[in-house]
Design a protein around this ligand. Structure first.
Ligand code: NAP
Length: 223
C-alpha cells in the first residue's frame, strides 16, 4: 500500500510541449473549457502543490473559482479550498504572493537553508515545515502530507518540480492539456525540465478528449 497521497500532475502545454515562453511569464494556453475542467480537478484534490519558480513567475492563487464547487466541498466535510503547498528550499517566496492570502491554508515546504527571520515572518501567513537540508526532500514531504490526511495531491508545475517528482517515483498520473499553439524557444520551460530520464519513463494512455480548440490527455505513469 502507498504511504503517500495519490499524486497527479496537471499542466497546460503548447503542441510543442512548452508550458511558457522564454520570458517565463504566464501565457494563455488553456481554453475556457479547460479552465472549467481544472477548477473541477482542484475541487476534488486535498492539496495543490507548485514549485517556487511558478509562484515567482505566475503568482497563482490556486483557489477554486466556482462557488458551487466550494460549497460542495464544504457539504462533503472539507475546507472550501484545498491546502496550497509551495516547494521553496530557501523561502524565496515574496511576502505579498497571492498564495499567501487568507483564501485558503498554505504550507511552505522548505529546508534547513531557510533563514530563521524569514521563517518567523512567513509563519504569520502560512505553516512552515522543514524537509531536508538543501533541496526539499520530496519523499519526506509526501509522507508528511499523507500523515496529515492528504489523499489526493495535485501538482501544478513547473517543469523542475515535475522532473524531481517523477525521478522520486512520486507521480501516478499526468493530466496534460495541449492548447492549439506553438511557443518554441529552446529555453522555454517544458512539461518536464531538468535532466533526461534514462531509460525514458513509460506511460499508459488512459484518456483523451477534444476540449475547446485543444486536446486533454490523461496518462498513467509506469515506473
Ligand atoms: N502552463 C502551465 O500549466 C504551467 C504551470 C506551472 C508553471 N508554469 C511555468 O513554469 C515556469 C516555472 O517552472 P520552473 O521549472 O522554473 O519552477 P518550479 O518547478 O515551479 O520550481 C522549481 C524550484 O523549486 C525549488 N525546489 C526546491 N526543492 C526542489 C526539488 N526537490 N526539486 C525541484 N525543485 C525544487 C527550486 O528552487 P529553490 O532551490 O530556490 O528552492 C527550484 O528552482 C514558469 O515559466 C511558469 O509560467 C506553467
Amino acid at each position: 500500500m502507498l504511504s503517500r497521497p495519490f499524486t497527479f500532475v496537471n499542466v497546460a502545454a503548447s503542441v510543442d510541449g512548452k508550458i511558457s515562453n522564454e520570458s517565463r511569464k504566464q501565457i494563455k494556453i488553456s481554453s475556457k473549457e479547460d479552465f472549467l475542467r481544472v477548477d473541477r480537478l482542484r475541487a476534488f484534490a486535498d492539496a495543490i502543490m507548485v514549485g517556487i519558480g511558478t509562484v515567482i513567475s505566475d503568482n497563482p492563487s490556486l483557489t477554486i473559482k466556482s462557488e458551487a464547487l466550494r460549497i460542495e466541498r464544504i457539504r462533503n466535510g472539507k475546507t472550501s479550498n484545498p491546502l496550497r503547498i509551495v516547494v521553496d528550499s530557501r523561502l524565496r517566496i515574496p511576502a505579498n504572493s497571492n498564495i499567501l492570502d487568507n483564501e485558503a491554508e498554505t504550507l511552505l515546504a522548505t529546508t534547513e537553508l531557510a533563514d530563521d527571520k524569514r521563517k518567523l515572518e512567513l509563519s504569520k501567513k502560512a505553516r512552515v515545515e522543514i524537509f531536508g537540508s538543501q533541496k526539499v526532500d520530496l519523499k519526506q514531504l509526501s509522507r508528511f502530507l499523507y500523515d496529515i490526511g492528504i489523499e489526493r495531491l495535485m501538482v501544478e508545475g513547473g517543469g523542475a518540480l515535475i522532473n524531481s517528482m517523477l525521478r522520486e517515483k512520486l507521480i501516478d498520473e499526468l493530466n496534460i492539456y495541449y492548447g492549439n499553439i506553438v511557443i518554441g524557444g529552446e529555453s522555454s520551460p517544458t512539461i518536464v525540465d531538468g535532466s533526461s530520464f534514462e531509460p525514458p519513463i513509460k506511460l499508459e494512455l488512459l484518456n483523451f478528449q477534444r476540449l475547446g480548440d485543444g486536446i486533454f490527455t490523461r496518462w498513467k505513469v509506469l515506473y
